[in-house]
Design a protein around this ligand. Structure first.
Ligand code: ACO
Length: 373
């Protein structure tokens, strides 16, 4: 007999874990990591320090920060065979496909099958290298190897472009904004993999596959495609109204939890406002926001983090198909923190589905089925 249970479409309103990593207040538009507001973290902290905070639950002292810096610096390089393999990939492969595949292959180079902190930090250190190497391989540029004198995010920009922009700190802070966000789709998917006691490479491969989707992390690339398509401010109103009329989703808007402005979008918008020079697509984006808010008055659909992040990445000359990999480069901290936290009190995820198909059908062997005519 079928046990009675209720379907919660998209698991809305269902809690699947108890966690002390981050808190999202969707009504007030607040996000905190381990008790600290993201507004304070982007103001005072940096990638390494916030990563330590998310992984360990407290801000590091100097020794602890030195330890995390050393770990993140030493583990950046990829095995030579993986670099050779990357040269064999089709040049039109999407960067998220490359990242997902290389992380999976890296699992074959790991000595154990566990999910240790060392494995988590190893992958966190290597993900920027995978992204930058792919950017250079794809464009037929020679590789720029990691530089141990540079911090995590500036080393990434250096490996991508060979020089470090003046606003490198803004890029570092944008990673802090993306590091963690409770039980979102990719964190949930990767926590499910962790709950089977799989290894960290499988956990992160799962997370990357989930983040790639356009309803989740893939939205930042789609936003820029939309802004490119709109091209001029005069066309915004018609473009947005057409989407609404056709009941199509406007990329970079809406959120399951935030029912007001996403605080991360607010911070990105403030930064974009503060940059003195004209920022490509920014004015069009502001107009899109104005028209969407006017049309969806009362429906609580606001810009999310993906609406403004792409404009900032574009300002750093990062091509749009690489946007979601930048998101991943930061979010790996949250994914691994949740996997480790969940496994401390692990129970395998095993929900149900409610069967609504036929029963008691008569099986007929294929030869017994008469062919008509
Ligand atoms: N454009 C137009 N309408 C929207 C949008 C949008 N971006 N987002 C929600 N709505 C509407 C829906 O059509 C639906 O309307 P209805 O009740 O009349 O059918 C209602 O608002 C609820 O939307 P759902 O899709 O059911 O909301 P859900 O919580 O399931 O989905 C999601 C949230 C996936 C983020 C959704 O808002 C969306 O698709 N947004 C566009 C993609 C996007 O920007 N994703 C990035 C999210 S942030 C992140 O993952 C990092």
């Amino acid at each position: 007999m079928e046990t009675k249970c209720e379907v919660k479409h998209g698991l809305e309103g269902v809690a699947v874990a108890i966690s002390s990593i981050s808190y999202v207040d969707g009504e007030k538009g607040e996000l905190i990591y381990r008790g600290f507001s993201i507004e304070d973290l982007v103001e005072y902290s940096n990638f390494e320090e916030t990563a330590y905070l998310i992984w360990f639950g407290n801000l590091p002292n100097e020794n602890e920060l030195d330890f995390i810096n050393a770990m993140l610096t030493k583990k950046r390089e990829l095995p030579k065979n993986i670099i050779r393999l990357m040269y064999l990939f089709p040049k039109n492969a999407h960067p998220m496909e490359v990242l997902r595949s290389v992380v999976s292959v890296l699992g074959m180079y790991s000595s154990d099958n566990n999910s240790t902190f060392e494995d988590a930090i190893n992958l966190t250190a290597k993900i920027p290298t995978i992204i930058a190497y792919w950017y250079r391989i794809k464009n037929n540029f020679s590789l720029i190897h990691p530089n141990e004198d540079l911090k995590h995010s500036e080393n990434f920009l250096y490996m991508m472009f060979g020089d470090i922009p003046q606003e490198k700190e803004l890029f570092d802070k944008s990673l802090i904004l993306h590091m963690e966000q409770g039980m979102n789709a990719s964190t949930f998917a990767s926590t499910v993999t962790a709950s089977t006691l799989s290894d960290v490479y499988s956990i992160i491969t799962t997370a990357l596959g989930t983040l790639k989707g356009q309803l989740h992390g893939g939205a930042n690339e789609k936003v820029l495609m939309m802004l490119e398509e709109i091209r001029t401010i005069d066309y915004v109103e018609k473009y947005v109204n057409d989407l609404i009329l056709k009941r199509k989703k406007i990329m970079g808007f809406g959120h399951r939890i935030y029912k007001t402005f996403d605080p991360r979008a607010k911070i990105l918008k403030k930064w974009l406002n503060e940059i003195k020079e004209e920022i490509r697509y920014y004015k069009i984006a502001l107009k899109v926001e104005e028209v969407v808010l006017k049309n969806f008055k009362g429906k609580k659909i606001y810009p999310n983090v993906d609406f403004y992040s792409g404009i900032l990445y574009n300002y750093f000359n990062i091509p749009k198909d690489f946007f979601t990999t930048i998101f991943a480069m930061a979010r790996i901290v949250g994914w691994t923190a949740h996997a480790m936290e969940y496994c401390k009190n692990n129970r395998i995820f095993r929900p149900r589905s409610i069967y609504n198909g036929p029963k008691n059908l008569d099986y007929k062997k294929i030869k017994e089925v008469k062919i008509n005519g």
